[in-house]
Design a protein. Structure first.
Length: 85
């Protein structure tokens, strides 16, 4: 759904939130099993973290799953490795 917006993008650096929400988040890259994604917050942290860890409790599984689908689609279309770092 949002792929056309990415095609028009010319910046090459992640903003602060994008780095944590997408690039460093295995949930948003499709690397985490679906059942586990449903147990994590938007940032990829468990909703019931061990002591010493925090969660924002920002539960947005549909957004995270859309990021994962788009990430996987980009990989299949040959855009893998071209993501912003």
């Amino acid at each position: 759904i949002t792929l056309p917006y990415y095609i028009c993008t010319t910046y090459t650096n992640w903003f602060v939130d994008e780095g944590f929400a997408i690039y460093r988040n295995p949930d948003a890259k499709g690397e985490t099993p679906l059942i586990e994604v449903l147990k994590h917050d938007f940032w990829g942290t468990s909703l019931n973290p061990p002591e010493g860890y925090n969660t924002h409790k920002s539960y947005r599984p549909l957004v995270t799953l859309m990021y994962a689908a788009e990430w996987q689609l980009a990989q299949k279309m040959g855009f893998g490795g071209q993501e912003m770092k």
